[in-house]
Design a protein around this ligand. Structure first.
Ligand SMILES: Nc1ncnc2c1ncn2[C@@H]1O[C@H](COP(=O)(O)OP(=O)(O)OP(=O)(O)O)[C@@H](O)[C@H]1O
Length: 296
């Protein structure tokens, strides 16, 4: 079962349409990166899912519970930190965690398990006000996880972290996704961070989802093709953009208007044997630039 399903979500602030027809899902043990420029509606979508703001149309199911029909059951299956972790700076890391644990009826054993999992033991008795941003994020993660939610949402979790803090947090999220019964939705502006951990990336543009699969199909796809002899003529006749790499005796070919089958049979007709063919995956950054027509 998916831990989150968002179907046809519409949201207005006043008379202004902010989200129109937002659709996506997050699976169990899956990390979904939520990407889009400032103001496209990522935080608003997350706030709708976290029950922090109303929406006007659509359906949100958290681990199968409808947030409108079965609000308490749905919201108790999720945990989120949107716009930074809200912690008590005068309390120690441990007291912050214990405070939330007592409010949620979480056992001492689970509290200790969370401290171990987020590698906080060494600093746990220091005041949170003296923590680095990375340590605050880890406390927030421990709090988010303690009641065993099926869905965790992180809004810009790497903001304000130094490179090693980012790597620590990302590897922790990756590990947690494998060991706990949970799925993550996280928004992030740093595309290289998204690429490091996301199993899947979803794009939002002007309050609507970009259908990445349709988008990919409509775009050029590049293949790495190793052939038995030079095939410049075949590629030129088909009007393809190609590059020959002497070192590998192979081509990079972009295909847009013709199908791969057309290319393969043209090579066959020219009695050129295909020794190897692999699709070159588009990076998140390339897709981002193509979708938003701007620098990432
Ligand atoms: N409380 C509010 N009242 C009115 N408009 C709002 C409110 N919150 C957000 N908006 C507007 O909704 C749009 C989407 O904002 P949102 O914060 O969801 O974008 P975002 O993609 O998360 O951007 P960022 O990456 O900057 O956080 C923006 O135009 C914003 O100005």
């Amino acid at each position: 079962m998916n831990v989150l399903e968002v179907k046809g979500l519409h949201k207005k602030y006043g008379s202004r349409d902010i989200l129109h027809d937002v659709n996506f899902h997050v699976g169990l043990h899956e990390i979904v990166g939520f990407v889009g420029p400032n103001g496209t509606g990522k935080s608003t979508t997350m706030k709708c899912i976290a029950g922090l703001t109303e929406f006007h149309q659509g359906q949100i199911l958290i681990h199968g519970h409808d947030i409108q029909k079965d609000r308490i059951a749905a919201l108790s299956e999720q945990s989120s930190f949107i716009e930074g972790p809200a912690l008590y700076p005068e309390l120690s890391g441990k007291d912050n965690i214990k405070l939330f644990a007592s409010l949620r009826g979480v056992s001492k054993e689970r509290v200790q398990e969370m401290i171990d999992m987020t590698k906080l033991e060494k600093h746990i008795n220091r005041k949170v006000g003296q923590y680095s941003m990375g340590m605050k994020q880890r406390v927030a993660l421990a709090i988010a996880l303690m009641s065993k939610p099926k869905l965790i949402m992180l809004d810009e979790p790497t903001n304000g972290l130094d490179p090693s803090g980012i790597l620590d947090l990302l590897s922790m999220v990756k590990e947690i996704t494998q060991t706990e019964e949970v799925g993550f939705l996280f928004s992030c502006h740093t595309l290289s961070d998204v690429e490091k951990i996301a199993d899947r990336v979803i794009f939002i543009k002007d309050g609507s989802m970009v259908d990445a699969s349709t988008y990919e199909q409509s775009q050029k796809i590049s293949y790495h093709v190793k052939v038995s002899k030079k095939a410049h003529e075949v590629f030129t006749q088909l009007g393809l953009i190609y590059q020959y790499h002497d070192l590998f005796q192979a081509y990079t070919v972009e295909i847009k208007d013709i199908t791969l089958d057309t290319l393969l049979s043209a090579l066959q007709d020219a009695q050129i044997e295909i020794l190897e063919i692999t699709k070159i995956e588009q990076s998140v950054e390339t897709m981002y630039k193509d979708i938003y027509h701007e620098e990432s």
